[in-house]
Design a protein around this ligand. Structure first.
Ligand SMILES: [Zn+2]
Ligand SMILES: [Zn+2]
Length: 1019
């Protein structure tokens, strides 16, 4: 064995992961065991083969054959015509049960020696069966008489090229005298001596970038090619990925540290772009493409595709160079960039430099500060197929914009509204935003940048934080200062963003009517003061924090409350009472427009302290763009248009939209549908898969993906046994480090680190049902005592999530008290960043490849990860993916299906018209009318005097939604019909509606989630 002296922690992890995988596979197959108490057929899930008779008698379809197959095999393309000859080596064992009075009464099952036979095959076009006699003899010889098997060769000549399917089939009788178990175990075949040609992977389109050659396909197994011309079956399919390097140039990497970029950025940025220009020229010039075309035999179509890609690459280079030029010539942009770097330098813990692609994205986008109108026409999407750092990239952009705003006279108000889909905004992500803004605030003060304090708002949908806090409850949902759990229950931050102390205290300030996070650390600059964070909706509206993070569904509020106006334009005035903040429409509960209950400030309000037009946010961010699909995408497309319309009417401007996406396929169409803007993506994909100027795979292992197709037992059983084995391994290491370290090839000084890094397993289910079942069954099915299971799903309460994250990040000293297994749903896949999560068991493939990519990215953040993907092999999609598992993992982004989205769904239009009409009244008509239009009677009078008619309003709504073209006749009619009904209600003096939102066929949506998110929709 290799010496473990001088082993680095990384090497120890690598060796340990290999050992864990060996143990799991052994547990699945039964290797190494001598005797068993229970029947092997109910236990093992790998390597076993049922007998053909039994499988035939079962349901007999392809699906059930996959669940408990009677054969494994290899599909090949012979290089020449018949006859074909080859050697097929068959390996297998059997399990035999002793009689009751056998030698070991409590463990009656025993495992035979290995059967290994080299079967010679010579076949013509009709195929045949080989080796039956020698295999039967071999089984008898090891003590399992009655078991039989054969090598069966099928010739399929109806394909374009002839294919051979070589299988090991268990031909044993279901029952025979002396036969205690008709299964074969630990089966494997190996083929040698046949010349073959590769397949072309049909699931991937022909492209100049990808090598689609596949040497052979497995039948119910994976295929290894230990050396050219030798094909061997494997029970699992393992794919190792590697950590990327973020510099792929022969030139010296420029200094992209926060410190240097805060002081003297231009020379370093110039060096970065020079290196990029040289790379692009070397890989994408006509000469470079000519050479590849010749060498790789590209077709004319492949060359045309390469030429198109090259044009995009050079356009990207131009954009980056323009960005640098702007920094050279526009002093406020340069200064904003420098201040941002200083702030990120302060807030980033554990790293000091940008990755080059992060700076690349900032340079490619920064023009929106100089030419907002021109640049608002594009949505810049940052594409993260590999590697992390997305949130930091956003933060760099946000802080640059925030400083730029302050430097150019926007002294307060919202710079950016950052939206995450539904419940996918995590507390950890929110904390990173708070940390960055706190650092920016420190820098702002120290550098004498004017304007108000930088602050963060938290605006999330149902079940998060309260919309408002009232003095007296009127219904069950109302939160008062005395409600149970108040104020501690609504703690959002995990620690003080200024000093990182975790002892925060929640406090409700009755005088200011504010729910506050306070820092209790006496040495903190914010000691006992309210941190600049607003988590109650109404406080967000009252104070309009610099950055608002929230969930997408909140956009629906734009049709429900006028105070949302601060997110698209100016509020109305400022209350005369200190700390009451901005005011909005007058209502009977808010007679002067101030949102503080029982405000005594009176009707005299202060004017806005800044040009009203500058209240519009500069940026709207959309995280996980690819999730905006189906009905949710359709609904959001209407609300995005509404936001654009309101901002344009109120401020005469368009906001810049920036998004992130895990997928590239069809993003341009998606952006066009959602935002009616042109799409631009950064970075452009490189000349070869997984490799560009910005990233290149390095030697360090990232994740080992292991595809498992369970045989004969349930997925839950396999999941339980896998987790059980992983927990066994860790406990063995704990109990006997010397023995385990020797076996695993690990230096014992790393044992504690390994116990911490690999002692918590994630089990991931795509449905809540799966997650809950996994959590429950593990409690009852394991052989290890005292496995502590915690759940992280969309149903888990805020403070519980906070508690679990805390335990994961700072594990208990005593291993027995730690969290051992986290049962999680997709809630985990977004923004949960815990270094200690390095092993995962996935229960079936997620619905989309994007989810697969994102979910598995949660493990192996810093250390080598291990992911078991248990396929629901009865499902066609899982079976397909098992077959292509290597390319699926390595070229996952190519498998991502185009995103189904349309804005022309009439069902969705029915839901959204009401919001558009209501928002226009609340945000535009009412303020312009200088009177209250909150009740039908007031609005009726106003509508009469102003001459509002259905046809005119319908035309406006159609235009807002982009449904006013010649092809939209039906949509236009639908909108007009809706408005006619609404006006009829309005004109009816006996209407029962008390509020304007009650007029018309249906009220405005309360949440964008009111539509079933994944229901398919049609134009
Ligand atoms: Zn503090
Ligand atoms: Zn007030």
């Amino acid at each position: 064995m290799r010496s473990t002296n001088d082993q680095s922690p990384e090497q120890a992890c690598e060796a340990f992961v290999e050992w864990l995988d060996r143990r799991v596979v052994a547990a699945g197959r039964g290797d190494g065991l001598e005797r068993l108490e229970v029947a092997p057929a109910g236990t093992f899930w790998l390597g076993r083969l049922a007998c053909e008779d039994e499988v035939r008698k079962g349901a007999g379809d392809e699906r059930s054959e996959r669940l408990d197959p009677c054969a494994i095999g290899i599909r090949l393309r012979p290089a020449s015509g018949p006859p074909w000859s080859m050697t097929v080596t068959v390996r297998s064992r059997a399990w035999v049960q002793d009689p009751k009075d056998g030698p070991v009464p409590d463990k009656r099952w025993w495992r035979t020696d290995l059967v290994e036979e080299h079967v010679s095959v010579l076949t013509g076009t009709r195929g045949g069966a080989f080796g039956a006699k020698e295999l039967a003899d071999a089984f008898a010889l090891v003590g399992a008489p009655g078991l039989t098997a054969e090598v069966r060769v099928d010739v399929e000549d109806w394909h374009q090229q002839t294919e051979l399917v070589v299988q090991l089939v268990n031909t044993s009788p279901e029952k025979a005298k002396g036969l205690t178990d008709s299964h074969l175990y630990e089966t494997q075949i190996e083929i040698s001596g046949l010349m073959t040609v590769p397949f072309q992977l049909e699931a991937l389109p022909d492209s100049f970038r990808y090598d689609r050659a596949v040497p052979a396909y497995g039948v119910n197994v994976g295929i290894d090619v230990p050396k050219p011309g030798v094909f061997r079956t494997s029970d699992t399919v393992s794919v190792q990925t590697h950590r990327p390097d973020y510099w792929n140039s022969a030139r010296e990497k420029p200094d992209l540290s926060f410190a240097t970029l805060a002081t003297n950025p231009l020379p370093q940025l110039a060096a970065l772009l020079d290196a990029l220009a040289a790379y692009d020229d070397a890989h994408w010039s006509s000469a470079a493409l000519d050479a590849r075309q010749t060498a790789d035999g590209w077709t004319a179509m492949m060359r045309a595709e390469a030429d198109r890609s090259a044009a995009e690459v050079f356009a990207e280079l131009d954009r980056l160079q323009n960005g640098l030029e702007l920094m050279r010539t526009r002093s406020e942009i340069l200064r904003a960039f420098q201040l941002m770097n200083e702030a990120i330098g302060l807030s980033a813990r554990g790293y000091t430099d940008w990755r080059p692609f992060q700076i690349g994205f900032l340079l490619s986008t920064i023009r929106f500060l100089a030419e907002p109108e021109e640049e608002a026409r594009y949505v810049d999407t940052v594409w993260f197929a590999t590697g992390g750092g997305k949130t930091e990239t956003y933060l760099g952009l946000l802080l640059t914009a925030a400083f730029f705003d302050r430097l150019t006279g926007k002294v307060l108000g919202v710079t950016a509204w950052s939206r995450f889909p539904l419940r996918l905004l995590s507390l950890q992500q929110t904390q990173r935003f708070a940390d960055a803004l706190a650092a920016a605030e420190v820098v702002r003060k120290e550098r004498g940048v004017g304007g108000s304090e930088f602050s963060l708002g938290f605006l999330v949908g149902q079940g998060g934080t309260p919309n408002k806090i009232v003095p007296r409850p009127e219904n069950d949902e109302d939160v008062t200062p005395a409600s149970p759990g108040m104020p501690g229950k609504y703690q959002v931050l995990l620690r003080c963003p200024f000093c990182r102390d975790e002892n925060l205290q929640m406090y409700f300030d009755r005088q200011r009517w504010k729910l506050e996070h306070r820092c209790t650390n006496p040495t903190c600059r914010m000691h006992r003061r309210a941190l600049p964070v607003y988590v109650v909706d109404q406080e967000v509206f009252r104070f309009l924090p610099t950055v608002v993070v929230g969930t997408l569904d909140k956009a629906a509020s734009i049709g429900l409350q006028q105070a949302m106006r601060g997110l698209v334009g100016p509020p109305q005035k400022v209350c005369s009472v200190p700390w009451h903040g901005f005011t909005y429409a007058e209502r009977w509960k808010t007679p002067n427009g101030c949102l503080v209950p029982d405000c005594q400030g009176g009707p005299v309000l202060k004017p806005l302290p800044m040009d009203a037009r500058r209240f519009a946010p500069s940026l709207r961010l959309q995280d996980e763009l690819h999730l905006l699909r189906d009905s949710l995408g359709a609904v959001d497309s209407h609300y995005e248009s509404l936001l654009d319309h309101l901002q344009s009417e109120l401020c005469g401007s368009q906001t810049k939209i920036v998004a992130s996406s895990a997928t590239l396929t069809g993003y341009d169409r998606q952006v066009d549908v959602l935002y009616r803007r042109q799409g631009r993506v950064f970075p452009q994909p490189g000349p070869r898969p997984g490799e560009s100027f910005w990233t290149v795979p390095a030697k360090q292992p990232l994740r080992r993906f292991v595809a498992v197709a369970p045989r004969g037992v349930t997925l839950e059983h396999v999941s339980d046994r896998t987790l059980d084995t992983l927990q066994h391994c860790i406990r063995d290491l704990l109990k006997d480090p010397t023995m385990v370290c020797a076996e695993a090839g690990v230096d014992p000084r790393h044992a504690d680190m390994l116990i911490s890094q690999y002692g918590t397993n994630v089990v991931y289910g795509t449905t809540l049902y799966d997650v809950e079942a996994a959590g429950r069954s593990l409690g009852s099915n394991n052989t290890v005592d005292g496995i502590n299971v915690e759940q992280l799903t969309g149903q888990t309460d805020f403070d519980e999530v906070r508690g679990i994250l805390e335990r994961l990040e700072h594990p208990e000293d005593d291993f027995d008290e730690r969290v051992h297994v986290v049962a999680a749903s997709s809630m985990l896949s977004h923004g949960v960043d815990v270094e200690r999560l390095n092993t995962m068991v996935m229960l079936g493939l997620p619905l989309t490849t994007a989810e697969f990519i994102q979910t598995t990215a949660r493990v192996g953040r810093r250390h080598p990860g291990l992911v078991y993907v248990l396929h629901k092999i009865g499902r066609e999609r899982d079976a397909q993916t098992f077959r292509h598992f290597g390319p699926y993992v390595r070229q996952g982004d190519r498998f991502v299906d185009a995103i189904p989205i349309t804005r022309r769904s009439r069902r969705v239009l029915d839901l959204t018209i009401a919001g558009v009409v209501a928002a226009r009244i609340l945000m535009l008509l009412e303020p312009a009318s200088r009177q209250r239009l909150s009740t039908p009677s007031r609005l009726r009078d106003y509508a009469r005097n102003a001459g509002l008619i259905p046809a005119q309003e319908a035309a406006t709504v159609a235009e807002v939604l982009g449904l006013d073209g010649a092809e939209d006749t039906l949509h236009k009619q639908q909108i007009l019909d809706w408005l006619k009904a609404w006006f009829a209600d309005l004109e009816d003096p006996t209407t029962k509606a008390r509020f304007i939102s009650e007029l018309g066929p249906n009220p405005p949506m309360r949440s964008l989630r009111d539509v079933e998110a994944t229901a398919p929709i049609h134009d």
